[in-house]
Design a binder for this molecule. Structure first.
Ligand SMILES: Cc1ncc(COP(=O)(O)O)c(C=O)c1O
Length: 364
């Protein structure tokens, strides 16, 4: 190690907060040449004719200028595409991950806590650490529903400033019962965020809660419906909330190419909806075929992924073996005690799903 590196390390040790030094950066595995079934992406591309029209839109973009700071046309397009009542305000983030961070920044006073059920989406915990906030994780019930007793007592004890409920939940794939969701909202003195990242793959819709409760906001993303590359998430809520959170948004957080592409894609939203409908159909078939494999348990899903558990002690091995055969899925073994030997597999085209079933049936 050079003297300069050693000296830099000393500075880092002294200056960077210990909990950040202990953190591992969000890991994205190399996927070149692999069938990508690890990140809940839509497998379908756009028809050539549509790509051509998109490129024409991009050619008109004034890349030398800053983008519209409020991305008004994107907001309008999202409201229309997602049937969001005009009375609600919409704030945009560079992916919903950025919105999670803005929400935490907004409430992060000394002692403020974030609460979420687990197994759940990892960014809630990570963002709590970024903001030096305490993170309270509440175990899900046996069936991966919300354990209302545990949730209510944790809320009473910790009085969290923020509660995240992913509806449906990642990585378990299920919806929480509305009754328990509402009990949580009623018990909370803090803000409850309904994270609807998988809204395209379920009939459930949390927007009605905005009307009913003053301490609810709804978060969505276009990542799972086919626009993961854009990095665009949205927070829907009343003016009172959105105006405050908006103060934490870095200027121009939605770049000009994302804005132009999102406007274009939202004008063609029926194609994305059709693709999502195809994925839902494929999910049914994929679920059935995986369910027929002996030595594997698959859970029903309201999302575009399936959670499968293989024989005890085999999770990591099967993950590696699939990779060796050109298939990348997410290995959740080791991430939570309830997820031992569990893999999360994105639903793709029927061909991709059939290939995964064939390889799995050979392996297990
Ligand atoms: C529940 C949930 N919320 C939010 C996100 C983040 O989505 P985005 O791509 O918009 O940052 C994900 C992505 O996996 C997710 O599963």
């Amino acid at each position: 190690m050079s003297d300069r590196s050693e000296a830099a390390e000393q500075f880092v040790k002294r200056l960077i907060r210990p909990e950040i030094q202990q953190l591992s950066a969000y890991h994205v595995p190399e996927s070149k040449g692999l069938l990508k079934a690890d990140a809940m992406e839509n497998p379908y591309r756009w028809p050539d004719e549509m790509k051509q029209r998109w490129l024409e839109c991009l050619a008109d973009v004034e890349i030398n200028r800053y983008p519209d700071p409020h991305a008004k046309l994107v907001v309008e397009g999202l409201k229309k595409a997602m049937n969001i009542d005009p009375q609600w305000e919409v704030l945009l983030g560079n992916g919903s991950d950025e919105i999670i961070q803005m929400l935490a920044m907004a409430v992060a006073t000394d002692g403020a806590k974030i609460l979420a059920p687990e197994p759940g989406f990892v960014m809630y915990r990570m963002v709590a650490t970024y903001m030096a906030m305490e993170y309270v994780s509440v175990p899900l019930a046996e069936d991966f529903g919300l354990d209302s007793e545990l949730m209510l007592s944790a809320i009473k004890e910790h009085q969290p400033a923020l509660i995240f409920l992913a509806q449906p939940n990642n990585p378990t794939g299920n919806l929480f019962s509305w009754e328990t969701v509402e009990a949580v909202i009623q018990a909370a003195q803090g803000l409850v965020v309904l994270d609807e990242a998988y809204t395209a793959f379920t009939d459930a819709d949390s927007l009605f809660l905005l009307e009913k409760y003053p301490n609810v906001v709804v978060m969505r993303t276009v990542s799972k419906v086919g626009l993961a590359g854009l990095r665009l998430g949205l927070l829907v809520g009343s003016k009172e909330w959105i105006e405050e959170i908006d103060k934490l948004r870095l200027p121009y957080n939605i770049n000009i190419l994302t804005q132009a592409s999102a406007e274009f894609a939202l004008h063609n939203y029926s194609l994305l909806e059709q693709q999502a409908a195809n994925i839902r159909q494929s999910r049914t078939l994929f679920y059935q075929r995986l369910g027929e494999l002996k030595g594997l348990k698959v859970r029903p899903s309201e999302t575009n992924f399936l959670l499968v558990t293989v024989a005890a002690g085999k999770g990591k091995v099967v993950h590696q073996q699939l990779k060796a055969r050109g298939i990348l899925v997410k290995c959740l073994d080791g991430s939570h005690p309830r997820l031992a030997d569990t893999l999360r597999i994105t639903v793709g085209s029927d061909d991709d799903n059939n290939r995964i079933v064939a390889e799995l049936s050979d392996l297990i």
